[in-house]
Design a protein. Structure first.
Length: 379
């Protein structure tokens, strides 16, 4: 969940590099222009979400979202129950982003979210007919299988470490709970795009204080983080710890049962870098504990795992892109290594502006080739 403050910060961060893979598109076409097989044009403003075509054939659907408003925006495709089929975040004013999503026949909703908050400006999307799934390609089928095994390993560990964290909170052991907080969150951050598929479970577990503005209770990891670091009083935090564990158990069960599309892997790898740029580099994510670099590293590791699963298919289709991804991931790892502190990481408030710029620069450089992966997977 994003803060309203973040919209301003994100523009400054993204304009230099992360959104460099986008371009201004004042002449974005109408729906008629998409009939020949080009992307569906989405013109997003602060008060409208104009989707050029709302009746499409099953299979891979491509959208080109242009932000013609004054606020940073997001674009989502939802199935029933607000299940996220695909999303693009952090679209700065004047820029465009593309989304490739695999859709079966059915009824969906599109949504633009100016200011990156709330339920968004929604509209219907109907998908007709049938299409061979991308997983008919053997390499892509293997990719989803391999990544599903990764998700299982990470969610199993998430449940174990969240149990240890919540036990410490309920026992009133502030020091132990503080030590376990970034460790438990590591496993969450690695698979966050999968967790975000499931409606309102993500904000219940990982929402920041701004969820109150959207009519939700402030619960989960960050509410407990506030109690641990801001007030230091967890004597009444037991029920919230219990609720967090219940929600984590539910998301673990759902994530392990989810049948992922190859495009969800590709889009998720990019979404994790968006998470880094808008929450971790800014210090907005873990604003009380300042343990943002644990999350930063976990997001990068999760992105790398998705690309590793897709690697055989990518090597068949674009070896130069694979080499570029390897180089940029290595550069991110090298820059992050400068901020190691024992088995963990320096706190965000210990980093200089030069440190933050160095981290931002390598994420921006990695974001450019990552943004090409979905199109390669879609073929």
């Amino acid at each position: 969940m994003r803060s309203r403050y973040l919209a301003t910060v994100a523009v400054a961060l993204l304009a230099g590099g992360l959104a460099a893979c986008s371009s201004s598109d004042d002449n974005a076409g109408s729906g008629a222009e998409t009939a020949a097989g080009g992307p569906i044009t989405v013109n997003a403003t602060d008060s409208a979400c104009e989707v050029g075509v709302t009746d499409v054939d099953a299979g891979t659907v491509q959208f080109k979202v242009t932000n013609k408003g004054g606020k940073v925006t997001e674009f989502y495709v939802y199935a029933a129950g607000d299940r996220v089929m695909g999303e693009v975040e952090n679209i700065a004013p004047g820029l465009s982003r593309e989304l490739h999503v695999e859709l079966a026949a059915g009824t969906y909703e599109t949504a633009c979210k100016p200011g990156m908050s709330g339920k968004g400006i929604r509209g219907p999307l109907k998908v007709n007919g049938s299409s061979a799934p991308l997983t008919e390609d053997a390499a892509l089928k293997d990719a989803t299988g391999n990544y599903s095994r990764y998700v299982k390993s990470q969610t199993d560990a998430l449940l174990t470490k969240t149990q240890e964290f919540t036990d410490a909170v309920k026992a009133g052991d502030v020091a132990k709970a503080k030590a376990l907080f970034p460790v438990a969150r590591t496993y969450w951050e690695r698979i966050e795009p999968v967790a975000e598929i499931f409606g309102d479970l993500d904000p219940k577990i990982d929402g920041r204080e701004e969820v109150v503005e959207e009519g939700m209770k402030f619960t989960g990891f960050h509410a407990l983080e506030r109690d641990l670091w801001k007030t230091g009083d967890i004597s009444k935090s037991g029920p919230m710890a219990d609720e967090l564990l219940v929600n984590v158990k539910e998301i673990v069960a759902r994530a392990q049962a989810e049948q992922l599309s190859p495009l969800q892997l590709a889009n998720g790898a990019k979404e994790l870098l968006d998470e880094v740029a808008t929450g971790k580099i800014t210090g907005e994510e873990d604003r009380y504990s300042h343990t943002d670099l644990w999350d930063f590293n976990a997001n990068v590791e999760g992105s790398k795992a998705a690309i590793a699963a897709l690697r055989p298919a990518l090597e068949q289709r674009n070896t130069d892109l694979v080499k570029q991804l390897d180089t940029e991931f290595a550069n991110v790892d090298a820059e992050l290594a400068k901020h190691r502190d024992g088995d963990g990481w320096k706190l965000h408030n210990e980093l200089s502006q030069a440190d933050l710029k160095g981290l931002s620069d390598v994420i921006n450089a990695l974001a450019e080739p990552i943004s090409k992966v979905a199109a390669v997977v879609a073929g």
